[in-house]
Design a protein around this ligand. Structure first.
Ligand code: CA
Length: 397
């Protein structure tokens, strides 16, 4: 038996306890949590106190546990906080560097929102420079979103192949085909639905916390040249669907209670189904690293729409959500230039290169590595660490 060491200032203390699917060498994937620099096998440590431990956690997906609902989520979290502060069996413990992390579950549907006013305004100015109003008329009345591709969501460490496609610049006479030359990131957070809703019903803003299981960092890879040519009038398609990358540890919403902050003032007042007396956002700080150099620090606290409003809007027409549905926030951009979460904005459409070490860069080149990290304030003065999503760009095939 061992007491797990938690290094000082670790963002993986007992206030965090994220869930993830890991595999130790030679063993099949199972559900674990991370404490300090140790991955803890949940079926093993909960075996003595939870008859369902084997069913819920000795399995290669977090979906079984997520589907149990908020009472069970709270019970397990409380139990883990007790058990993991004492001695635990050595057989449950693995150094974090010795395991392989996997996707937490098979994702059901994926929707990407557009909840940052700074981002939407910047993109409006870039894509519609002649329009004096950068936001579209609907933007402050509903969380704008589109339906994305869940089958190409991949975990940190999976390389992404540069997409090929059609593009047509404003000066080009006709479209051409080839590897994207304006490949970009979008630094976002994504929220995973634990318990869905039946078709024909909807989830209110007040009930969102009964359905939302946790959050991950989300990098919505975007081929701007493909996107700009294809997106009118139905929105993004192949410019986005080739890959999205997530951090492997799912931070439970319960760990983010201390990070709740008011969203910016919502004016005009949203329609009743979106109205909240105190819409909550999250004080989560992101960091975008490009080939080892931090180029941006997007603040999630500046996001206009609450995750609760995004889920309410997603289901208000009676659309079904299921365990493993995932919705992303949209690019997180703060008011300052060094808080922009996409290179499109950071380099102002490629016109203002940024310094990446000794190099001046605009969009991604083959071999580039992007790492996005995120942290939030947690209970008892602890920091909640989301870990990272790390990706290298491979040449087009
Ligand atoms: Ca996006």
């Amino acid at each position: 038996m061992t007491t797990i060491a938690i290094p000082e200032h670790s963002g993986f203390g007992l206030a965090n306890l994220p869930y993830g699917v890991y595999s130790a060498a030679g063993s099949p994937p199972r559900v674990g949590t991370r404490v300090g620099d140790t991955v803890v096998d949940l079926a093993t440590v909960l075996a003595g106190s939870d008859p369902a431990a084997e069913t819920l956690f000795a399995t290669p997906t977090l979906a079984t546990f997520m589907a149990t609902g908020p009472q069970k989520w709270a019970d397990v979290r409380e139990k883990l906080q007790q058990i993991l502060s004492g001695d635990v069996p050595d057989s449950a413990l693995h150094p974090v560097d010795s395991v392989t992390m996997h996707l937490p579950c098979e994702f059901a549907d994926y929707v990407d929102f557009y909840a940052s006013e700074n981002h939407a305004s910047n993109v409006g100015r870039l894509f519609r420079p002649d329009n004096p109003e950068p936001l579209m008329p609907n933007w402050k009345h509903l969380p704008v979103g589109y339906h994305g591709r869940s089958s190409t969501i991949v975990e940190s460490g999976v390389d992404v192949v540069r997409p090929q496609g059609q593009r047509k610049g404003p000066q080009d006479e006709s479209p051409t085909f080839g590897p994207s030359i304006r490949l970009d990131i979008e630094a976002e957070l994504a929220f995973i639905v634990g318990v869905g809703n039946e078709m024909g019903t909807r989830i209110s803003t007040g009930d969102a916390s009964m359905h939302l299981f946790g959050a991950v960092i989300f990098n919505d890879w975007s081929a701007r040249d493909i996107q700009a040519w294809e997106y009118v009038p139905l929105g993004p398609n192949l410019g986005k669907s080739f890959a999205s990358s997530i951090s492997p540890w799912v931070v439970p919403m319960a760990a983010l209670a201390e990070a709740k902050v008011d969203t910016p003032t919502q004016d005009p007042t949203p329609l009743p189904y979106l109205h909240m007396d105190s819409p909550w956002g999250l004080d989560i700080s992101l960091e975008v690293e490009w080939n080892g150099h931090v180029v941006s620090r997007p603040p999630y606290s500046t996001m206009y729409w609450s995750p609760a409003q995004m889920l309410a809007h997603l289901t208000v027409n009676g659309a079904r959500t299921r365990t493993g549905d995932i919705f992303a926030s949209g690019t997180i951009s703060g008011p300052e230039k060094n808080q922009r979460g996409a290179f499109l904005e950071l380099t102002w459409g490629g016109k203002e290169p940024v310094a990446v070490g000794d190099e001046e860069r605009t969009f991604l080149e083959d071999g580039d590595t992007i790492v996005i990290r995120a942290t939030a304030p947690g209970a008892n003065g602890e920091t909640i660490d989301f870990g990272e999503v790390r990706t290298t760009i491979l040449p087009a095939r």
